[in-house]
Design a binder for this molecule. Structure first.
Ligand code: SF4
Ligand code: SF4
Ligand code: SF4
Length: 254
């Protein structure tokens, strides 16, 4: 369901001023009481390698060619994009498991999640992860902080201003006034709630071009999701949608 709030908030990410300190990762873990993750050194400072059950945000590190330096490091925050047109919410058969806050965030209610894992197939950004019971986990834009007038934990901690939180329209105007010609996510999927300010091409930072919700998921969502709302039950409807849209469930590492 689209968010029609005129009060839409957002996180503005400015990778150009990110120093890769990962304080945002630590702050998120601290606020959400997420445990550490055992990882292996795979030749990069990026750690963990991707989003995980206990990692709602990560800093992606990449090296790109540079004329001025032997190595040019790029850092970019990867997290839920809080899409206006949110594939995860479209496909979810369990009412209230994924919901829109008044600030425009896409949050989750673990108790209402039926562990169907459909939302991962519907997310254009491969964001949702699952806990040991198969329940969804992801960034929720610190709904429990912003609802009380506080900044998201990651934003509060960022020492350089690479993460800013506020009124979405004002953040976009500010970024433009600062000379950032591209605001990634300004229009995509109805407008993202995590937007990124760039002076260079977003794909240099690995940003996905033209993100879209898989059409097969939308097709089956359109015809089968209503079944869950007329009494078939979220779990049964989810199993049917999943089978027809993406095939049988497979066990996966979380
Ligand atoms: S990025 Fe994925 S999980 Fe986040 S709101 Fe969009 S569709 Fe949902
Ligand atoms: S907004 Fe909150 S939940 Fe989301 S990445 Fe930042 S600290 Fe974590
Ligand atoms: S806290 Fe800020 S500067 Fe440090 S890695 Fe996160 S976004 Fe970058």
């Amino acid at each position: 369901m689209a968010n029609n709030s005129t009060n839409r908030k957002a996180i503005l990410v400015t990778p150009e001023v990110c120093i890769g300190c990962r304080a945002c990762q630590v702050a998120c873990k601290s606020w959400n009481e997420l445990p550490g993750i055992k990882t292996k050194n795979n030749g990069t400072y990026q750690n963990p390698p991707d989003l995980a059950t206990a990692a709602y945000n990560i800093i992606k590190y990449s090296e790109v060619p540079s004329q001025d330096n032997p190595v040019r490091w790029l850092f970019v925050s990867r997290r839920c994009m809080h899409c206006e047109d949110a594939g995860c919410m479209k496909i979810c058969p369990a009412p209230g498991a994924l919901y829109r806050t008044k600030e425009g965030a896409v949050a989750f209610d673990r108790d209402k999640c039926v562990a169907c894992k459909l939302c991962v197939n519907a997310c254009p950004f491969d964001v949702p992860r699952y806990d040991a019971e198969g329940k969804v986990t992801k960034c929720h834009l610190c709904f429990d902080r912003i609802g009380e007038g506080m900044l998201p934990a990651c934003v509060k901690t960022c020492p350089t201003g690479a993460l800013r939180y506020g009124d979405r329209d004002e953040l976009i105007s500010t970024a433009r006034a600062e000379g950032f010609g591209t605001i990634y996510g300004e229009k995509d999927l109805g407008g993202l709630g995590s937007i990124y300010a760039f002076k260079e091409e977003p794909n240099l930072y690995g940003m996905k071009e033209n993100p879209t919700i898989p059409s097969s998921v939308i097709f089956w969502h359109t015809y089968l999701k209503p079944l869950s709302l007329i009494g078939l039950g979220g779990v049964v409807a989810a199993a049917a949608i999943h089978y027809m849209a993406v095939g049988p469930h497979k066990d996966e590492e979380v």
